[in-house]
Design a protein around this ligand. Structure first.
Ligand code: FAD
Length: 403
């Protein structure tokens, strides 16, 4: 490739990185800039589908795609390696196996699990963070079922699944679990009344940020299908075989999954960016304050909602919109034109409660429940695939069956 062209380096091929790359290839001529996308793996996964992979209701291959099937390697230089550090003063990215200089940098490395220092949580609980951690969870759950059948010493509590955190991920995950467990019971010939799914949340409610009517709907739908909620239960410790809550009460389980918190990628901290609660607060144009050529987007960034005086919540929806502004602003820098300010266009949020139930709000606050909400959730998932790869990608990877 012609190295005289300015080099744009994008770190992380998640929602933000994939869409930024897509927009840059659409908006810049091949002769204008060299575009480099760096990612840990040679595939991209839809993070918003990971709870399905973790429960075992979706095959991991349906939730991921080869990056080279979306971005033409003749147009975008693809490097599959782990980012270790950004050396801002030298305009250099250090990878596990090499180094690369940049003229413009986009940091879109996503999130990491945050256990807020709860004793034993890092060591004893699984977390839903990528394809591999999610696959490990579903395989561990199935192992517990197989072991229960074969091992005379296995206990009923080994079939309990404890989910720490009643936020978006925790609730979507338990919604998938109650669909998967009857299938596992059938497969291993186990009485379906034995396995338990227990969701533990310290706050007085699950799904903070959702309207209370929607929260009540979600809770009742999941309880009807067997989820036990322990709301207002503070997790003091995570042991190998369960949680200690509210002082000294023990809740035992053979599988423990923590979904209660995330933070920005630790590469930010290692690279000396100014961090607030694990992320970097960026300017309105999505650049790092004081850094003319570095953009931070997606779950690594705090983007302020100036009207409300607090950052927008980190979502795939926001990450994709960051990508649009970021690509437009890189083009602006290359063309010496004015940069645009990020404005979030809230299209609503829908949380799945299994494959055929969901709830949420769309457009300007219209509430949706049940099958219509579930169908809308699939439309949202497919829309992303459409934006990334057109109808061909929907046909290959989309959620085509309504229920
Ligand atoms: P990601 O999509 O996580 O991508 C980060 C990328 O960086 C990954 O490809 C990763 O492999 C790569 N990477 C990480 N570290 C390195 C490294 N050191 N070197 C190289 N590559 C690296 N949001 C919604 O809007 N709607 C939803 O319904 C929704 N559901 C969710 C369900 C679950 C189970 C989860 C976990 C999240 C959900 N979210 C949802 C949130 C949403 O997924 C995130 O906000 C979104 O993925 C952020 O995009 P991103 O590009 O910043 O990070």
């Amino acid at each position: 490739m012609n190295t005289n062209k300015p080099r744009i380096v994008i770190l992380g091929a998640g929602y933000a990185g994939m869409m930024t790359t897509k927009r840059l290839t659409q908006q810049l001529g091949a002769e204008e800039a060299e575009i480099v996308l760096i990612n840990k793996h040679n595939y991209h996964y839809q993070t918003t589908w990971l709870h399905e992979v973790a429960a075992g209701t979706r095959n991991q291959n349906q939730a991921r795609m080869m990056i080279s099937d979306v971005h033409n390697p003749n147009r975008v230089r693809l490097i599959y390696d782990s980012v270790v550090e950004v050396k801002k003063e030298e305009n250099l990215v250090v990878l596990e196996n090499s180094e690369l200089s940049y003229d413009y940098l986009v940091v879109s490395l996503g999130f990491e699990s945050n256990t807020f220092g709860i004793k034993g949580m890092d060591k004893n609980a699984f977390a839903i963070t990528d394809i591999e951690t999610s696959r490990l969870i579903s395989e561990h759950i199935e192992y517990q079922f197989a072991k229960y059948k074969l091992d005379p010493k296995a206990k009923e509590e080994d079939l309990a699944i404890l989910v720490g955190g009643g936020g978006f991920t925790g609730i979507e995950f338990v919604g998938e679990l109650v669909e998967q467990i009857p299938k596992l019971c059938k497969k291993y010939d186990i009485d379906p009344s034995i396995p338990k799914v227990i969701n533990v949340e310290a706050a007085p409610t699950i799904l903070p940020g959702f309207n209370e009517v929607l929260v009540a709907y979600a809770k009742s739908s999941l309880e009807t299908r067997g989820v036990e909620f322990r709301i207002g239960a503070k997790i003091e410790e995570c042991k190998k075989n369960g949680f200690v809550v509210n002082g000294d009460e023990e809740i035992k389980a053979g599988t423990i999954v923590w979904t209660g918190g995330v933070t920005g990628n630790s590469v930010l901290n290692k690279s000396g960016f100014e961090i607030t609660k694990g992320k970097v607060t960026v300017n309105g144009d999505l650049r790092v304050p004081g850094e003319e050529n570095i953009f931070i987007i997606g779950d690594c960034a705090w983007v302020m909602n100036e009207e409300e005086g607090r950052p927008y919540p980190p979502t795939a929806q926001a990450a994709m919109q960051h990508a649009d502004t970021c690509a437009a602003n890189i083009k602006g820098l290359l063309h010496n034109s004015e940069l645009t300010k990020f404005v979030f266009d809230d299209k609503g949020t829908v949380a799945s409660l299994g494959n055929s139930d969901a709830m949420g709000t769309v457009f300007s606050g219209t509430k949706l429940y049940g099958k219509p909400a579930s169908a809308m959730k699939k439309v949202i998932d497919n829309r992303y695939l459409f934006l990334l790869g057109g109808p061909k990608l929907i046909l290959k990877k989309g959620k085509l069956r309504p229920f």
